[in-house]
Design a protein around this ligand. Structure first.
Ligand code: GLA
Length: 450
């Protein structure tokens, strides 16, 4: 699979740019085992890089022109002139992911005369499936461009610096996430999951359970980042900013002094060093009722609705009766706890059932408290548990895309058959299991030159 992808990228490059000898690089997709929608609060996550990847063949060009081609005919050839300030292409255009990386690297190194390059992209990460094909594209493009500039990872920039830079740079495409995807794509290790902490960014590699594997099942509901989906995608980070401001305000009341929180993670890791139970009490005091209207939030913070929008939630629609901030805060607290326990369980290595129970609890919390699941993901996780998974949960931003399932290797055949019957044939009414719908995720190493 991987060889033929690399070959086809190489071949298309030779056909499109005859006479040039390309260099090659790769960036893997990722699957998040646990720790959903907490990275942008500065809280830890536990993903792994997977063996599905984006591969790029590229060469510097003599001018400032960037030419991008893709082995997938759905992505047509694009050209643009490289410049210190790049204009985004229309919403949804694939070159925006490349431009995001180029702009980020140009800004970081203050590149005065940004050079051009030719690149052919190819990939086998299912798209819009919550496996981070878009961040893999951004990371791959950054490796291409760094090489074109003669910059070396480990000498001119560290992997940690690059991950931080790209997490910010990806906002070029208009979606706001945390730093998990870029970090795991750059810091993954074969055979291992990776506990990622933020502020400062750190990666701890932890071994996987012996005799068990993580399996991705695609709900086949597209989890797009662009277009109309952008609102749903940005809702998490934007409401988390509002929660942070309201909690900060509550701290001022409780302690009678200003305690600035860069993000909610500062409650645990900042000067307060709070325990989980103290954070739970603080959240209860901040959010006495389930919902909070914008009017009420504005009143508490002494801000007009226009200011609230500008600072925190931008153009998010206010749900009937207000935002469910209490439940969202509860998810952030409980999910962080589950990540810590999941990491300990992987390190101990002897209780996959307990890890599976954490995955199930994480899915419930994502669905009920954070409301980022959908009927298909709920049905698919249910089918997976009935087919022998020790744990099943949505992975990535949600609203579709994949689930991640912990399955004993000895039960894999039953698992495939059970999920095919209950979900793909039963729930979706399909005649057969579509190719690539169920993938055994092998933990791969981070992105690099080939
Ligand atoms: C997307 C974002 C990540 C993270 C997840 C949810 O994948 O890019 O940073 O927030 O959603 O956990």
């Amino acid at each position: 699979m991987t060889m033929s992808l690399r070959d086809s990228v190489h071949q298309l490059f030779s056909a499109a740019f005859p006479g040039e000898t390309p260099r090659l690089c790769r960036a893997p997709g990722r699957i998040n085992l646990i720790g959903e929608h907490v990275d942008y609060c500065g809280l830890s996550v536990l993903p792994m890089a997977v063996s599905r990847e984006i591969v790029v063949a590229y060469a510097p060009s003599a001018s400032d022109e960037v030419t991008l081609a893709n082995v997938d005919p759905a992505f047509s050839e694009v050209r643009f002139a490289n410049a210190a300030q790049l204009e985004p292409s229309p919403d949804g255009a694939w070159d925006n992911y490349v431009k995001a990386a180029v702009q980020g690297v140009n800004d970081h190194f203050r590149v005065a005369k940004p050079p051009g390059f030719q690149a052919v992209f190819g990939g086998n990460i299912p798209g819009a499936a919550g496996l981070s094909s878009s961040s893999a594209m951004v990371v791959a493009a950054s490796l291409v461009y760094l090489d074109v500039l003669g910059k070396r990872i480990g000498e001119d920039i560290t992997r940690i610096e690059l991950a931080n830079l790209l997490a910010e740079a990806e906002y070029f495409v208009g979606t706001r996430g945390g730093g998990m995807d870029q970090a795991i794509i750059l810091l993954g290790k074969a055979g291992h999951a990776c506990k990622i902490d933020f502020g400062p960014l750190r990666a701890e590699h932890v071994p996987l359970f012996e005799g068990h594997c993580f399996v991705a099942c695609n709900s086949l509901v597209k989890s797009e980042k662009s277009g109309d989906m952008r609102h749903r995608y940005n809702a998490g980070p934007y409401t988390a900013r509002l929660i942070r401001a309201l909690v900060e305000k509550q701290l001022r009341t409780d302690y009678d002094e200003d305690i600035a929180l860069a993000n909610l993670g500062d409650l645990w890791f900042g000067p307060l060093c709070m325990r989980d139970s103290e954070v739970a009490d603080l959240f209860d005091a901040t959010f006495p009722t389930d919902r909070m209207t914008l009017k009420e939030a504005g009143h508490r913070l002494g801000l007009s609705e226009a200011d609230l929008r500008k600072r925190f939630i931008e153009d998010l629609c206010e749900p009937e009766g207000g935002f469910r901030l209490k439940a969202r805060a509860r998810h952030i607290l409980t999910e962080f706890g589950r990540v810590e326990m999941a990491r300990d369980l992987l390190l101990a290595g002897d209780d996959p059932e307990a890890f599976g129970a954490l995955m199930d609890a994480s899915h419930r919390s994502c669905a009920e408290d954070y409301q980022v699941s959908c009927p298909e993901l709920d049905a698919l996780t249910q089918a997976a548990r009935e087919a022998g998974a020790l744990g099943a949960r949505m992975t990535g931003a949600g609203f579709g895309g994949c689930t991640v399932n912990l399955v004993p290797e000895a039960n894999l055949d039953c698992f495939f058959a059970g999920v095919e019957k209950a979900y793909y044939r039963g729930f979706l009414g399909m005649a057969e299991l579509p190719p690539d719908a169920i993938i055994v995720a092998e933990a791969a190493s981070g992105a690099g030159l080939l």
